[in-house]
Design a binder for this molecule. Sequence first.
Ligand SMILES: Nc1ncnc2c1ncn2[C@@H]1O[C@H](COP(=O)(O)OP(=O)(O)OP(=O)(O)O)[C@@H](O)[C@H]1O
Ligand SMILES: [Mg+2]
Length: 245
Amino acid sequence: MSLPIVTATRYVLPLREGGSLPGVVEGNDLGTYVIKFHGAGQGPKALVAEVIVGELFRRLGLRVPELKRIMLDPVIGKSEPDYEVQTLLTNSAGLNLAVDFLPGSFGYDGSAGNPGDAGMAKILWLDAFVANVDRSWRNTNLLVWHKNLWLIDHGAALYFHHSWMSAEKFATLAYDADDHVFSIAAPGVPAVADELAAAITPELLTEVIALVPDEWLGEGDRERYLGHLLARLEHRSAWQPGGAS
Ligand SMILES: Nc1ncnc2c1ncn2[C@@H]1O[C@H](COP(=O)(O)OP(=O)(O)OP(=O)(O)O)[C@@H](O)[C@H]1O
Ligand SMILES: [Mg+2]
């Protein structure tokens, strides 16, 4: 199993609200995508986290825009005048990540798209599991589209991989739920956590880790992601918001 692959045919515009300067592009399948570049600041590891976390969350019933691999020839941006964009495109030749563009979506502000108490608790627990530090009120990385809540931008999760912190350390690493957009749902976490934890099997994790393209990984990385995530699952009393189940 691998993510579908498309080729970028037109660079439409940069998304300046994103710190990594993602862009909007058209694909050779006529789709419109947000492209996240392997040549951006955090490098390909941010894309690895997007795939593992996004595909895990999708399989656990959350809405995540479809993810594809996208081939980029930097020449498609040659008429883009911005030097920063040009450099990013040049540094990102080859395989990048495409996120299905949700036209007309807007950032979650607490009203439309509210997932309810259990839904909030579920998202909070999952973000704590993958150590996603990028879901605060300042930057929710939640979009409302057709009245539903969509989760985006998981590139900051799994940050153990930047220095390859040991699995033992990551297993019990605390999570600051106070900063999370759904911190209010913490007391409801123990009621939803058992079911989520039971659904995260070694097979499911192996399946989502297998979707990461070889191009973004070092040797042995797949085994390391699996080991770290299984270790964290096993020690969830150490990091679970709202206390142990
Ligand atoms: N699939 C999408 N459909 C529509 N708009 C999107 C989509 N993905 C991202 N955006 C818009 O682009 C912005 C930047 O995207 P994203 O958060 O993925 O980038 P980032 O560089 O990782 O950002 P951050 O600054 O949060 O680290 C989002 O806040 C959102 O407004
Ligand atoms: Mg973002």
